[in-house]
Design a protein around this ligand. Structure first.
Ligand code: BGP
Length: 474
């Protein structure tokens, strides 16, 4: 017999500003690094961009009405920093502040709890130009000033805050793989920028505590738990390596305010250790979050990789052509291998609901923190039928299994605060364009159609409505 979901469980859904809003230069908004990055040919799938996105900026009332119809208890969205501070700091754009104020009021009017992400990757371009964004310690102060303004403006209405979304992703893609802005491929700069992002994250959480705001705050982490290929000791060691490098290296800092020592030694050996001062360590200790935000999509399986083995250069699958992901790994540490027991999506992401239970338990055991699932969902090609329906049974199956895994984790003793599916409406996928859909609500993005941007409820919309209505019993 499984435990029931708590009565105040936050059944939610999520989005991010750049992926839904559009209105990229409206009402005084300044450009972000993503506004510019997508203009470089070849950076995204078929040059898709967020200039219009799904036009949520102009249609937020319609979108919130759909959320209310579904019965959503919480909606996670992000604030575009450059709508509030067009140049990242200094003068405030009141119209930008009002937009989110109106959105928050609209949500509350329908009893939907706003979960606000302070940073979901759309750094003001001006800060990149002035001091190279995350590579300069100046960003700590500017990010904190911006966050404090949000706390002061919305803190009476917002109870849940996400500080940084997927620091591991925006830092690794931005500074090592070169696939996100600023498209750098330099591990030394990556580890330096990452340390500064850690400090900025801690500084914002510290400011939240010192300001005496009520509510809870934590980062969202992209956690893909690792499995060893088998019980050969060298594969177990590969699993230890990836766990330290891809999980503990970030979450230990959030939860304990210190880096895992194996990683420090590793970085030292490779000449990649960033400057870490005593006062940095003191600040990190003050940044303990109230919860760990978990973005869970898949697990990864690893095996031993010899010193002359495969490197990180393998192409990822951004087209939806199943099986096109190339081998990758870190020589001497690990390589990614296929898990023979798991199905994959068309983008080669493993489908593994048990992995969510594993993720939740690993966080609970190691960090003893409550978990807010801030993202989980299935990216697929969906088909809009002529009668306006979308039959996304695959998504329903996916989400149903993941809900069961959450209930099992709760029964194991994990404190799970809520579940935000990715995503509410279809939206822009950063590198995969509009063809990769996640929403409960289909958005027509056919520019030749008269019905462009019209919303259609998918089958999964009604399925989740039932789940919420029965508090996870159906
Ligand atoms: C996370 C991001 C989201 C979203 C999601 C789906 O990494 O926080 O913004 O994009 O992944 O990923 P994708 O769009 O690559 O399929």
């Amino acid at each position: 017999q499984l435990d029931s979901f708590p009565t105040d469980f936050l059944w939610g859904s999520a989005s991010a500003a750049y992926q839904v809003e559009g209105a990229w230069d409206a009402d005084g908004k300044g450009p972000s690094v993503w506004d510019n990055f997508v203009k470089i040919p070849g950076t995204t799938f078929k040059s898709s961009n967020g200039q219009v996105a799904v036009d949520h900026y102009h249609r937020y009332q319609e979108d919130v009405a759909l959320m209310a119809e579904q019965g959503l208890k919480a909606y996670r969205f992000s604030i575009a920093w450059s709508r509030i501070f067009p140049t990242g700091k200094g003068e405030i754009n009141q119209v930008g502040l009002e937009f989110y104020s109106n959105l928050i009021d609209e949500l509350l009017k329908h009893d939907i709890e706003p979960i606000v992400t302070i940073y979901h990757w759309d750094l003001p371009q001006a800060l990149q130009d002035e001091y190279q964004g995350w590579e300069s310690r100046q960003i700590i102060e500017d990010f904190t000033t911006y966050a404090k303004l949000l706390f002061d403006t919305y803190g009476d209405r917002v109870k849940y805050w996400v500080s940084l979304n997927e620091q591991n992703v925006f830092i690794m893609h931005g500074y090592m793989m070169g696939t996100h802005p600023p498209a750098v491929r330099d591990p030394k700069r990556m580890y330096a920028a990452n340390h500064i992002a850690n400090l900025a994250n801690a500084s914002v959480i510290k400011a939240f505590r010192e300001g005496g705001y009520s509510g809870k705050i934590g980062p969202s982490f992209a956690f893909a738990p690792a499995y060893p290929l088998d019980c050969r000791p060298e594969n177990i060691l590969a699993y230890e390596n990836i766990s330290d490098m891809s999980a503990h290296f970030w979450m230990d800092v959030y939860a304990f305010g210190r880096y895992p020592r194996i990683m420090l030694k590793n970085l030292e050996k490779m000449g990649l250790l960033p400057e870490i001062t005593e006062s940095d360590l003191a600040l990190l200790k003050e940044g303990k979050p109230d919860f760990m935000g978990l973005n869970y999509y898949q697990t990864m399986t690893v095996a031993n990789n010899p010193l002359d083995g495969v490197g990180m250069s393998g192409e990822a699958n951004y087209t939806g052509e199943k099986g096109s992901t190339q081998e990758s790994g870190m020589p001497g540490l690990f390589k990614m291998v296929e898990n023979p027991y798991l199905e994959r999506t068309n983008w080669d992401w493993t489908i593994d609901h048990q992995g969510l239970r594993v993720a939740l338990r690993r966080i609970a055991s190691r960090y003893d923190l409550p978990v807010l699932i801030t993202e989980n969902g299935l990216g697929e090609f969906d088909t809009l039928e002529t009668d306006g329906t979308v039959h996304d049974q695959g998504r329903i199956d996916y989400l149903q299994h993941h809900c069961l895994a959450i209930q099992e984790a709760i029964s194991d003793g994990v404190e799970v605060m809520g579940y935000c599916t990715w995503s509410f409406t279809d939206l822009l996928s950063w590198l995969n364009g509009y063809q990769k859909r996640y929403g409960f609500v289909y958005v027509d993005r056919d520019e030749t159609s008269e019905k462009e941007l019209t919303r259609y409820k998918k089958d999964s919309f009604y399925w989740y409505q039932e789940v919420i209505n029965s508090n996870g019993q159906s």
